[in-house]
Ligand binder design. Structure first.
Ligand code: HEC
Ligand code: HEC
Length: 230
């Protein structure tokens, strides 16, 4: 009796929640992503759009996968490219990125008009949704490096610094174990190839080269101990 009464209260609270998206789950979110993807993949610009972001997370792998924030990301942020991963940028970067994207959805800014025309029926979030989206991305963002703790960043850390700040802020080396860094760095090698950044595959004189062994030895030296519990 008590349990079912409490359950009924929770259900009532959920139903009274103003944002209808708060009830959407990963399956509904994935359906939105798949529909949007079929649309942009069918556009004449698909060859370029597919390279804007690499495929990384799906709806089920998003942090807070059942939340309103995840539902908003699925609804609005997979309309022109692969679903962004909240862990890509640090908290203070996300507001700027989201505003740039929202301008486009509303038909302004760099490529806004072109995108809107190309993606007839493009949905744009209202102010409250923009606020929720930014909050969600900030909560699940990348932990940026605390440069004061790394006086060797410009010497021993140069390969890491040059390679890893091309697309987002430098991540905090102590935020992951050595094993986690190996997996992240190999994924980043794929991201670099995907997004056409410097990979070291062709040696262009004067251009930054990707020195994976140097990067891994720097990250490993500063990594969190393998036994730490998050
Ligand atoms: C109307 C199409 C469109 C929608 C919708 C859209 N984007 Fe983008 N996005 C782009 C384009 C075009 C680029 C490449 C140019 C640029 O970076 O501004 C891009 C690039 C990006 C990048 C990589 C560049 C960077 O600064 O890291 C991220 C991250 C991103 N978008 C996140 C988002 C998020 C979050 C949303 C939802 C709030 C979103 N996008 C919705 C068109 C869109
Ligand atoms: C070509 C652009 C690019 C470069 C260069 C790049 N990254 Fe990333 N990084 C991304 C993208 C895109 C994501 C989000 C998708 C993903 O996680 O694969 C990301 C996410 C991350 C994350 C968060 C992932 C998670 O699961 O928490 C870490 C940590 C990271 N990068 C570290 C690095 C390191 C270390 C380097 C240098 C070896 C690097 N990045 C270079 C594009 C890049």
């Amino acid at each position: 009796m008590f349990m079912s009464g409490r359950f009924a209260t929770v259900l009532l609270l959920l139903l009274l929640c103003p944002a209808s998206v708060a009830l959407a789950g990963p399956a509904e979110n994935q359906a939105l992503i798949d529909t949007a993807r079929a649309r942009w993949e069918g556009s004449p610009q698909a060859g370029w759009m597919v390279r804007i972001l690499p495929p990384s997370v799906d709806a089920a792998a998003l942090p807070e996968a059942g939340s309103g924030g995840a539902a908003l990301l699925a609804r609005y942020c997979a309309q022109c490219h692969h679903l962004p991963n909240p862990a890509m940028h640090h908290p203070d970067k996300w507001a700027k990125v989201v505003h740039r994207m929202v301008d486009r959805m509303r038909g302004h800014g760099n490529r806004g008009a072109q995108m809107r025309q190309m993606m007839g029926g493009l949905a744009a979030p209202d102010e409250e949704e923009v606020h929720m989206l930014i909050g969600y991305l900030r909560r699940n963002a990348q932990k940026p490096i605390d440069v004061a703790r790394y006086p060797d960043l410009d010497t021993r850390g140069r390969s890491f610094r040059d390679a890893c700040e091309q697309c987002h802020v430098l991540p905090e080396p102590a935020s992951r174990t050595a094993g986690e860094w190996r997996r992240v760095v190999s994924r980043m090698e794929r991201n670099m190839a995907w997004m056409n950044r410097v990979t070291g595959s062709q040696a262009v004189p004067g251009e930054t080269q990707l020195r994976v062994p140097d990067i891994l030895s720097y990250l490993t030296a500063h990594a969190a101990p393998a036994t730490r519990t998050r």
